[in-house]
Design a protein around this ligand. Structure first.
Ligand SMILES: C[S@@+](CC[C@H](N)C(=O)[O-])C[C@H]1O[C@@H](n2cnc3c(N)ncnc32)[C@H](O)[C@@H]1O
Length: 354
């Protein structure tokens, strides 16, 4: 096994946030810099890979939003962290079936990983699609930001309160091989910041998505300037958890956070209550957060499956329903995954949410 020291700074002591960042995004050794994580041969599978009906319904939701906004002549869709490009590929196929919409739409892919950017370029070829590093390249027209499992992949900070003193979770490396957690007392500025978000009330273990909020600010600013909104889909919770939600996965099985560094994914659950309050405070209107099962059923996933199943043999039908169950069942992804829509629209757009 190679030494984990390449993920640490010279001091051999870094915050858990920095550790996750290095493990996932270090440009030479990070997980997303060298690995294609999706599918059977990878480490995990996401909703677009479970069934194309997921992306089909989201595409129809986007077209309905365009209609709701009175068919803007220029309409931009930004996919945040498009992974292997599967959702975008399906979106493109659905969008093409609506020629008036297709004329108006531009698709932008916001992707940090070089290897995934090349994979996306290989998988989807169309002049409507552009890869961007910065939203400022989109000058005109409303923008719909769409992110499936984007926020859970952004490193978080963790804090512990012991005898009313607040510490940040750090990670240290000893003898170039042993990794353990340790605590570092935080400064008053950090305490004030966490208080501002109501994170210290009755909490002894706190998770704070500082980097996630930086990403969110970029989106909010653009939506405020050009109109549009953000459809955020991820696994997460609405009530404060007081719980360590970091998890690592390798070959579709749980992995210890400090094992297989750079070769396993690390994610955390998204605090939807925090994100909703943040968006509210920054002046965007947020629909009630709903579960994935609720959204997909409201969008007609069962009816669509019935239609598709008519052309299938028994084996294909069972496979389709098995996949749909995985997406909507409360015991699988249906409850843990949430949908949030935030916008600046004057007239509420509640499709899928009520
Ligand atoms: C868990 S994957 C989800 C992929 C895809 N959306 C799906 O549902 O299959 C997370 C994606 O977000 C990308 N990503 C993470 N942080 C990013 C950032 N700050 N900017 C752009 N892309 C990022 C990753 O490279 C990856 O494509």
């Amino acid at each position: 096994m190679s030494s984990p020291s390449k993920f640490f700074s010279k001091t051999k002591k870094i915050s858990i946030e920095k550790f996750i960042y290095n493990a996932l995004y270090n440009k030479d050794y990070g997980y997303y810099s060298k690995k294609i994580p999706f599918g059977k041969e990878g480490d995990f599978i996401t909703s677009p890979g479970i069934s194309s009906l997921f992306s089909e319904l989201i595409s129809l939701w986007i077209i309905s939003l365009w209609l709701h906004m009175n068919k803007p002549k220029i309409f931009n869709v930004v996919e945040l962290g498009p992974g292997n490009g599967q959702m975008c590929k399906t979106m493109l196929a659905v969008f093409k079936k609506f020629p008036n919409f297709f004329k108006s739409v531009n698709i932008f892919l916001y992707e940090k990983s070089k290897i995934l950017r090349s994979l996306q370029k290989k998988n989807i070829k169309n002049k409507k699609i552009k890869w961007i590093k910065n939203y400022n390249t989109i000058k005109k027209g409303p923008i719909i930001f769409l992110g499936n499992e984007f926020f859970d992949a952004i490193p978080i900070k963790q804090f512990k309160k012991i005898n009313n003193i607040l510490y940040e979770n750090y990670v240290k490396l000893e003898n170039n091989s042993e990794i353990s957690t340790c605590l570092k007392k935080v400064n008053p500025k950090t305490i004030a910041e966490l208080k501002k978000y109501g994170l210290l009330k009755n909490q002894s273990f706190i998770e704070f998505p500082k980097k996630g909020l930086v990403e969110l600010d970029l989106i909010i600013n653009k939506v405020k300037k050009q109109n549009g909104g953000l459809l955020l889909i991820d696994y997460g919770f609405l009530k404060q958890k007081n719980k360590n939600t970091l998890q690592s996965i390798k070959n579709h099985k749980p992995n210890k956070i400090f094992k297989n560094i750079g070769n396993a994914d690390i994610t955390s659950l998204v605090n939807f209550a925090l994100i909703k309050n943040y968006l509210d405070k920054k002046g965007l209107k947020v629909n009630n957060v709903v579960t994935q099962g609720f959204f997909l059923k409201k969008m007609g996933i069962m009816e669509r499956a019935e239609g598709v199943a008519k052309r299938m043999n028994f084996k294909e039908k069972s496979d389709l329903y098995f996949r749909i169950q995985r997406l909507v069942s409360s015991k699988q992804m249906g409850e843990l995954f949430k949908f949030l829509f935030a916008s600046k629209l004057k007239k509420k757009f509640l499709l899928g949410f009520n």
